[in-house]
Design a protein around this ligand. Structure first.
Ligand code: IPD
Ligand code: CA
Length: 160
């Protein structure tokens, strides 16, 4: 009884060290694929990954493409996330459309899930609903936000 107990403990020890080895390998492989996924137009902030394909299109087009890929349009909820989107804009020298609009109610900007925004980084004087027709939000390469017509073409950045 005592001996079989000891050999069971040794079997368990072998299994644990085998699992430790597999975990190390998995961690190394995950780190490598994080580099792949973020080269060159990707940024990781916490559990969120922001990535562009370099594609430019209007808001509906970009929104569909992010959904199709299993993500959604970039929706920065704090300064660190906004900085990540800004870095991608700088890399491509293009403004980016966010997953934020006031289509439903003028002046009330919301995420695509209908939640009111918890963070913003408007440029001075924005949002101004220029010509009464600006319901989408672009991020300039300086990181500041401007409301803009959803029909304009901007750089895609999805979040996953
Ligand atoms: C406009 C201006 C304005 C901003 C509008 C833009 P445009 O650009 O930058 O400050 O609020 O969203 O459309 O029409 O003068 O090239
Ligand atoms: Ca504007």
């Amino acid at each position: 009884k005592g001996d079989s107990g000891l050999s069971e403990i040794n079997l368990m020890k072998n299994k644990v060290s085998a699992l430790e080895g597999q975990l190390r390998a998995l961690q190394a492989s995950f780190t490598k694929y994080q580099k792949v996924a973020t080269f060159p137009g990707g940024r990781i902030v916490g559990n969120k990954v922001f990535v562009t394909s370099g594609y430019e299109g209007n808001f509906d087009d970009l929104k569909q493409r992010c959904l199709q890929a299993g993500g959604q349009l970039a929706s920065p909820r704090n300064a660190a996330e906004n900085a990540a989107v800004q870095q991608i804009a700088v890399l491509y020298k293009k403004s980016v459309f966010l997953g934020i609009t006031d289509i439903q109610t003028e002046g009330r900007f919301k995420y695509q899930n209908g939640e009111a925004i918890v963070y913003s980084n408007w440029a001075p004087g924005e949002p101004n609903n220029d010509k009464g027709s600006e319901n989408c939000v672009e991020v300039y390469t300086n990181g500041k936000w401007n409301d803009k017509s959803c029909g304009e073409k901007r750089l895609i950045v999805c979040e996953f």
